[in-house]
Design a protein around this ligand. Structure first.
Ligand SMILES: Nc1ncnc2c1ncn2[C@@H]1O[C@H](COP(=O)(O)OP(=O)(O)O)[C@@H](O)[C@H]1O
Ligand SMILES: [Mg+2]
Length: 430
């Protein structure tokens, strides 16, 4: 099972690229599902066929498609449909009963981005269903996509904080292995809380699982779509930084709407077109320079809108070749680990891939056993591996798109025998 996510600035051709890719995958015999996660759905328009609903329907041989309706799912999810405000009240009451400050409980109950969460869970559901070889996700524009992709981590932490609360609830209700005090039948109120606690527990579990799947480069790859224009490139560069920060593997860049200038006679062109073509050439050079390690595929400006199976097939030919030259759209480059720890003499180095970033743009903070990395308005808490949690930070530097944070053993927290082993490993002269 593989998951391909297509993202980029609004209007650059994400839906077109995702639909063309999905069609090609299906044509090559992969059981494929293409899902639109952009609330402004246009997948059905791109495919040029019948309307596409919230649940997968077949749109071409071997190709299923769905346009996820996060809001509708949210309403369904909290059964009762229209009962959303009541549920919020119930949830916040349950949270404060679990020992949480009532005001905090109220805020937590109105989880922001819940429709995005539903969208993400919908993807997770299909992935878990195991019916497909490939799931192609046509994402919303970059900013929204990043919010979506950071949800598992953020909410996981969020629920982790609540965990003691709902775990305690589950335990007191006898759902965590211990018998319910008194052993009798549960009252309606208790049953409601049981269901809620179990719901939070399940949500926590499915988010954690989905987070693992989405950040596993053997399963999930992100492809950035852009046009050869400076604003689209700037957004793509920022996206690549944020994706790396949160552990998402980028495996290709698609430059769309490239004007084929091979046979153009510049002296014959109207000046606006000549200017456009020249700017595109410069833009293309900037894209290649920005992503030197990633395969960059070009799609020509098609004249009209590439809508429908046939015209999307032409786009797929440009993306993945045709005939003997054809490659499988699932193929991508080997992924280097985005984060690793290396021993460096008596020190350790935590190396975190952060492309397109200068030292001055990164802020680091140690928060207990975590390292808070803040860059361009994004913040990630990196859980320090056991070894590093017993170290203190002695320096940090950005080099060639990698943040290197230097650690040395903290004598107060480092086990004495390890400290001795370390000293002898350095030899008598150290
Ligand atoms: N290579 C291309 N040549 C011409 N028009 C294109 C090309 N790629 C996409 N389009 C058109 O541009 C518009 C936006 O494309 P779309 O794939 O919906 O972008 P996004 O999903 O990024 O918002 C659509 O009308 C689409 O048909
Ligand atoms: Mg789109």
């Amino acid at each position: 099972m593989r998951i391909l996510l297509f993202t980029g600035k609004g209007g650059v051709g994400k839906t077109t690229a995702a639909a063309a890719t999905a069609l090609r995958l299906a044509a090559r015999g992969h059981k494929t599902l293409v899902m639109s996660a952009d609330p402004a759905h246009s997948l059905a328009d791109a495919l040029g066929g019948p309307p596409i609903g919230d649940r997968p329907t077949e749109v071409a041989p071997g190709l299923m498609a769905a346009q996820i309706d996060g809001l509708a799912r949210m309403a369904q999810h909290w059964a009762g449909g229209s009962d959303w405000p009541a549920l919020t009240a119930q949830l916040s009451a349950a949270l404060s009963a679990g020992g949480l400050d009532p005001i905090v409980a109220e805020e937590l109950a109105v989880l922001p981005g819940l429709d995005e969460l539903m969208t993400l869970l919908a993807v997770g559901e299909e992935v878990a269903g195991g019916l497909y070889d490939a799931v192609v996700v046509d994402c919303a524009p970059t900013g929204q996509t990043l919010r979506l992709l950071t949800l598992p981590g953020v909410l996981d932490r969020y629920l982790e904080r609540l965990y003691p609360t709902h775990q305690r609830m589950l335990r007191s209700l006898g759902l965590f292995g211990r018998a319910r005090p008194g052993g009798g039948a549960a009252s309606g109120d208790v049953r409601g809380r049981e269901a809620l606690a179990l719901g939070v527990h399940r949500l926590h579990e499915s988010l954690a699982a989905l987070g693992r799947i989405l950040t596993d480069p053997a399963i999930t790859r992100v492809r950035l779509v852009l046009t050869p224009e400076s604003s689209a490139l700037a957004e793509a560069r920022r996206a690549s930084t944020a994706l790396a920060l949160f552990g998402y593997a980028l495996d290709g860049v698609i430059v769309n709407r490239v004007i084929d200038d091979a046979d153009l006679d510049f002296s014959q062109l109207p000046s606006w077109l000549a200017t456009w073509v020249t700017a595109q050439r410069r833009g293309l050079a900037d894209v290649t320079a920005s992503f030197p390690d990633l395969p960059t595929r070009l799609v020509r400006h098609q004249g009209g809108e590439p809508v429908g199976v046939e015209r999307l097939g032409q786009v797929a030919d440009q993306l993945y070749g045709s005939g003997a030259e054809e490659i499988d759209p699932l193929a991508g480059p080997e992924q280097a680990a985005l984060m690793k720890v290396v021993a460096d003499g008596a020190e350790y180095k935590l190396c975190l891939a952060l492309p397109h970033v200068q030292s001055a743009d990164v802020t680091l903070n140690r928060v207990g056993d975590e390292l808070a990395v803040r860059v361009e308005g994004h913040r990630r808490l990196v859980a320090l591996p056991g070894l590093l949690s017993r170290c203190r930070i002695v320096g940090a530097v950005m080099a060639e798109g990698t943040l290197n944070v230097r650690f040395e053993p903290d004598p107060d927290r480092w086990p004495a025998e390890l400290l001795r082993a370390n000293a002898s490993a350095q030899g008598p002269d150290a």
